[in-house]
Write a protein that binds this ligand. Sequence first.
Ligand SMILES: NC(=O)c1ccc[n+]([C@@H]2O[C@H](COP(=O)([O-])OP(=O)(O)OC[C@H]3O[C@@H](n4cnc5c(N)ncnc54)[C@H](O)[C@@H]3O)[C@@H](O)[C@H]2O)c1
Ligand SMILES: [Zn+2]
Length: 356
Amino acid sequence: MHTIHVNLGPRSYDIAIVSGDLTGVGTFARRRVKSDKALVITDENVKGQAERVAEAMRAAGCAVHLAVRPAGEGQKSLAVAGELYDRLVEFQADRRTLVVAVGGGVIGDLAGFVAATFNRGLPLLMVPTTLLAMVDSSVGGKVAVNHPRAKNLIGAFHQPVGVWIDTAVLDTLPDREYRSGLAEVVKYGVIMDADFFSYLEKHQETIIGRDPERVRHIVARCCQLKAGIVEQDEREETGQRAILNYGHTFAHAFESVGRYGSWLHGEAVAAGMSCAARLAQRRGLVPEDVTRRQNDLLRAFDLPIAPKRWPADALLAAMHNDKKALAGQLRFILPCKLGAVAMFDDVSEAEVRNVL
Ligand SMILES: NC(=O)c1ccc[n+]([C@@H]2O[C@H](COP(=O)([O-])OP(=O)(O)OC[C@H]3O[C@@H](n4cnc5c(N)ncnc54)[C@H](O)[C@@H]3O)[C@@H](O)[C@H]2O)c1
Ligand SMILES: [Zn+2]
């Protein structure tokens, strides 16, 4: 087992990375919380894994209820959160009842939101099952449901008591979802770690082939990098955490104009990073070589490196609607070299149109 500690004072926790061990999650949880009840929340596609987690929790002495939701972003709603509150009430949940999220980012965000709000906060255990959730959404405490007019608008910061990552659960993850998760992996290399970027370039074949050793390494490295950022700026106040939004100003616009049906999140992020790198190159921040290496790697992972033929006006309007736009000014994270980025609030609309 590889353990990464996230140091947040009283909200500190461990991320455990294992391969082929969903049983250990029972003792992992019981060592961290005194809960004798747990609500395991999952979706239909990973019900089997969630049942194994539930079994492990029972073996560790917990009474367990299982809530199985349909898969999909539509579950991140206040209505669904309401149904889960009902389950907790029926279950006579108290302050110590553990909420366990077994699934991708949708289940993590939804279960996390329920845990953050029910009874002013229940302990939360994350058991991510997509690559994206392992390297990004299960770490850092951002939880949310969507408002009909904006994604993740209703949310909170609620750190988990632990994260249990069993990389073997990725065996059943569809290829497109896996590759989409790789976009966020590439992101960590570009924003923070040039050596890691080179590692991805060097081992791209075995990474695509999901070689267990490679997968463990990339998950561990990304969690370590994310933990480091969250430790410095837990609530995205100083700007340090904002570097994780590299490529995302563009990506959110692609997702929104494509009505969330066109691309998976990671696909939009890949095209978004490509636009951001070109914008940086045009500003003279990075040489052409950086844009090229990033594009080559994204292409090797079968990810898009340019937006579809969406009208630039619609994309710009979507960017201005994004909750990260401050007082009408768009904010971009741009590379300064491989492994380092900075935040820019002075990018003109003309520059954005140019790279779209
Ligand atoms: N909180 C954060 O910090 C944060 C960060 C990034 C993204 N997010 C959120 O995460 C969500 C996207 O997460 P996602 O990409 O994991 O999508 P997802 O949760 O929708 O999972 C993708 C699909 O894969 C299926 N699946 C999951 N694990 C599987 C497995 N092991 N085998 C087979 N199928 C499996 C799911 O049922 C779903 O159909 C978005 O809502 C986004 O807003 C949150
Ligand atoms: Zn993202």
